[in-house]
Design a binder for this molecule. Sequence first.
Ligand SMILES: [Zn+2]
Length: 354
Amino acid sequence: MKYFFEYHHWIGAVQLWVENDGQPIATEIPHDRRHINVTIGNKRVITINLPCVVDVNTKGEVQRGKLFNVRLNELKSGKTFDRSSNHIMEKLVAKWMRKDLVKHPFVFYCLDCDTPVISSINCKRIRDMPSEFWADFMDYWHCHKPDMEPHQKGHHVAASETLLHRYNNPLNPAVGEIMLSDSFIYINKDWIPEKFIYDEELVRSRSCNTVIGSFTKEGSVRIGKWNLRAEIGGFLDVFDPSNYVLYQIYNELKAHSIRLFHLKGDDKRYIIWVFGIGSCIQFDKSRMLNNCLKILYRDGKPAESEKNQNIAELKVEENSALINFIQHLESVNRQLPEELRLLNEWKVSYISCE
Ligand SMILES: [Zn+2]
C-alpha cells in the first residue's frame, strides 16, 4: 500500500493520500496525535508518522477511485505564521556561498578525478555576487525606485551610484579572489593556472581533461559548481546540476513574483508553473522533503492563452542542467499515486529547495 502526504505548514494543513483497491478503509489517530493508523479491509494496518500534531476533530475523508484522501488540520499551538510567500522565499538560499566558505577551511575537488582545484589556503578574499543575473537586477532596481521626498533625493542618488559602481563594472575577480554566484565560482585566470587547461573558450581540469568551466566575456574563469565536489569544514558535499535551473526560477520568483516559465534548452522546450512554495512532502517511509516547490510541467511551447500571461522565458545555457532538472521532476512524478500524477495536460511534481 503506497501513501503520500503534503504538509502546508503556513496554513496548518496535511493532505494524506493512500492508494488502495477500493476496499473499505478505516483510520484512527492515537492519543499523541502525531500518527495515523490506517486499516484496509479489516486486515492490514500501517502507522504513518504525521509531520505535525493534528486536531482530531477536523479529520475529513473521501474515497476517489483508487485513492483514499484524509485531510487533517494542524492543532493550533498559538504560534502565528507569516503566510506571505516572500517570507518563505527568503529562506531559499544557494549553497557554497560566502557565508559557508568564510567560516571553515574548504577544498573544491574536480568531480571527475577528485584532484583538488581551489582551496582556502591561498584564497585572499571571497565575495558573493548579488545574483547570477545581477545585470538584470540592476535594471529592475533602477526602473522601480521608490518615490522619494525631495529632501531625500540627494542621498538616494548617492546610494544608487555606489551600487552602480560596485556592480556595473566588468566582473573580474583579482588573483587570489573567489567570486560566487548561485551556481558558479569565478576566479582570475592567472591565479592557479597549473590546475587547468585553457582551451579557447573552455576551461578543463588539468589532470583529467574534463570541461569544468568556461571564460566570461571579461576573461574570468567561470566554473559550474556541479562540476566540483566540496569539502567545507571537513564535510563533503556535491551540487545537484538541477539547482542551476532551480535558482534561476527562484530569482524570478523573488524579483518579479513570476509563476509561469518557458524553459528553453538546446532542443527541448518546457512550460512550468510553480506554486505551493514551502510545502513538505513524503512518500511512504522515505525521508520528508522540506521547502518544496510544487511544479506543474509539460513539454512544448506556450499556448496562445499563456502568451498573454506573465511568463518568464529562461534560456538554460547548461543543457545538461535542464535535462537533470526535468529528470528530477519525472522521477518525483512517477513516485506519486497514479491518480495524482496528472492535472489536465500538466504533469505534477515537486522539487525540494534544500
Ligand atoms: Zn578532473
